[in-house]
Ligand binder design. Structure first.
Ligand SMILES: [Zn+2]
Length: 145
């Protein structure tokens, strides 16, 4: 049996208010808001159980839309690393790397607290909330010991 579903919204179209854009729940905003509270959250799919990054509306593994947020372990390893050369008066050389977190997701970031060229692949690192370009960002430092 065919069901007819009206696509018209109730109410007078002239006085009806537009639906609010759910900005506050957009995946990237949830991530950024947590960072501003010094917390690193990772999106995790309720359907397949896999983490992903960067934050998305749909799980990139199974296309599920049920996404939860979990606090990141904060531990991982350097997956790739490179040194960006810069004149000292512009801030000097800095490290750009991809970190693979224990959750299996990769983040582009940098390792601080160590000379940029001393960052090596597979080095264990731990995450902290620092600042990049004036905004809170996930940065890493070498694991002590
Ligand atoms: Zn999934």
């Amino acid at each position: 049996m065919l069901e007819i579903i009206s696509t018209r919204l109730p109410g007078n179209p002239k006085t009806r208010r537009r639906p609010q854009v759910p900005n506050a729940t957009a995946p990237d905003q949830i991530f950024q808001r947590a960072l501003a509270n010094n917390e690193i959250l990772l999106p995790k799919c309720d359907d397949c159980g896999a983490f992903h990054f960067f934050p998305r509306v749909l799980c990139p593994h199974c296309h599920g839309a049920a996404i939860s947020w979990e606090r990141a372990s904060g531990t991982g390893r350097v997956h790739t690393t490179t040194v960006v050369r810069q004149k000292p008066e512009r801030g000097g050389d800095y490290n750009v790397c991809v970190i693979e977190l224990d959750e299996g997701v990769r983040m582009m970031s940098r390792v601080e607290g160590i000379a940029p060229a001393d960052v090596v692949i597979d080095m264990p690192v731990t995450a902290f909330v620092g600042e990049a370009e004036g905004a809170p960002a996930v940065l890493f430092k070498p694991v002590e010991g």
